[in-house]
Design a protein around this ligand. Structure first.
Ligand SMILES: [Zn+2]
Length: 373
């Protein structure tokens, strides 16, 4: 990862490059920055710069064998350590390294929740445990493969338990020659103080909204206005801005499908309803469940008599006209039963019901209830 792939943070980049040029690389550094500030990508870009065999003035070359390996996260002298869900089969970061690589393919900016979701459970906290620190000590004690620096990047040292931290104290304090520990943290207060006192602190600030919105315009081809909205909502957090953008996509998906579905139910067009059922059945279970929740919200809002703009989606005139005409068909006579039908559907989707059968069945019920006046 080259520095030029990272948004903003020019002062930090200059400082890091300067430590290399002036040969003053402190052997244990703590990169402290909020989620979405780029502290993890900065740590990797720093490692790549240190390991690069053809350094440029303000970045690594990006082409030498060493850069190519770092870019694939497969340089033998660059090690990663991060919180994982401890199980029999997963004891250390190496056991889920494929997932770690996959996480970077989606975006170089991500937060803990994103990572836990990739691991398959975003309700469960991860840990950096004792097996991990034993392994770190072993890796760091080996000679470097390529004759240069050995670097360990530990993401979220605040998730390390006491025993694990204690095992690392000695090697962090007196590391072998040409060893660099980079701890990348969001919360200084949760790091065990004996570790903290052995590191040099580098504070990574939140991105400025302007930096983030400029980036969104360029890389996500948003209009300036949209980009500014996201940058503002996300308060400079790149990972949050990206997730808000995908929420918006989901919201338009839901709205488009809701309008289409209600039209079909209202006109009782069986042929096209079956086509629609086929298309929503291909959408994935989470998307289907979200859609049902969205439809429930739309029914409720029909009763209240107005549709709040669904957070980030601004209704088009056509959409609004449809919804205005549609809302009288939801009334106090059918709202209870329609709500029940959709709640049931959600319940069965969660229990792996066949979506084709389920959505067709629900559609036929909505046919019947929609016109009850
Ligand atoms: Zn290079």
């Amino acid at each position: 990862m080259q520095f030029n792939k990272i948004i903003g943070q020019n002062d930090i980049k200059e400082h890091l490059i300067d430590t290399v040029k002036s040969k003053r690389i402190s052997h244990a550094q703590l990169f402290l920055g909020p989620e979405g500030s780029g502290s993890l990508p900065l740590a990797i870009a720093y490692a790549q710069y240190i390991l690069c065999s053809n350094k440029l003035d303000s970045d690594s070359c990006g082409n030498c064998p060493s850069c190519l390996k770092v870019q694939k996260l497969s340089h033998p002298d660059l090690h990663f350590s991060f919180p994982i869900h401890l199980l029999k089969s997963t004891r250390t970061s190496d056991d889920v390294f494929l997932e770690w690589k996959k996480q970077f393919e989606t975006s170089i900016y991500f937060g803990l929740q994103d990572w836990y979701r990739t691991l398959g459970n975003d309700n469960k906290q991860g840990t950096i445990g004792t097996d991990e620190s034993q392994k770190i000590v072993k890796k760091i004690s080996l000679k470097s493969f390529e004759g240069g620096y050995k670097i360990l990047i530990m993401w979220m040292p605040e998730q390390m338990n006491n025993q694990a931290a204690n095992k690392l104290l000695k090697i962090i304090e007196e590391p072998p020659k040409n060893t660099l520990f980079i701890l990348v943290s969001e919360n200084q207060e949760n790091i065990i103080s004996t570790i903290l006192s052995r590191t040099q602190l580098i504070k990574i600030p939140r991105l400025k909204e302007k930096e983030l919105s400029d980036h969104l315009v360029k890389s996500e081809s948003l209009s300036l206005e949209e980009a500014e909205t996201y940058a503002h909502l996300a308060e400079g957090n790149v990972s949050l801005a990206i997730s808000l953008m995908s929420d918006k996509e989901a919201a338009s998906f839901n709205l488009d499908n809701f309008i289409k579905w209600m039209r079909l139910c209202y006109t009782r067009n069986v042929g096209e309803t079956i086509d629609w059922v086929d298309s929503i059945s291909g959408a994935g279970r989470e998307a289907q469940k979200n859609f049902i929740v969205f439809a429930l919200g739309m029914f409720r809002q029909s009763i209240v008599g107005h549709y709040a703009d669904t957070d980030l989606v601004i209704l088009t005139t056509a959409q609004r006209q449809f919804l205005d005409k549609f809302s009288p068909f939801i009334n106090h006579k059918n709202i209870v039963v329609l709500t029940e039908v959709l709640n049931d559907a959600h319940y069965h989707l969660e229990r792996n019901a066949n979506p084709k059968i389920l959505f067709l069945d629900v559609s036929l019920k909505v046919y019947a209830y929609l016109k009850r006046k």
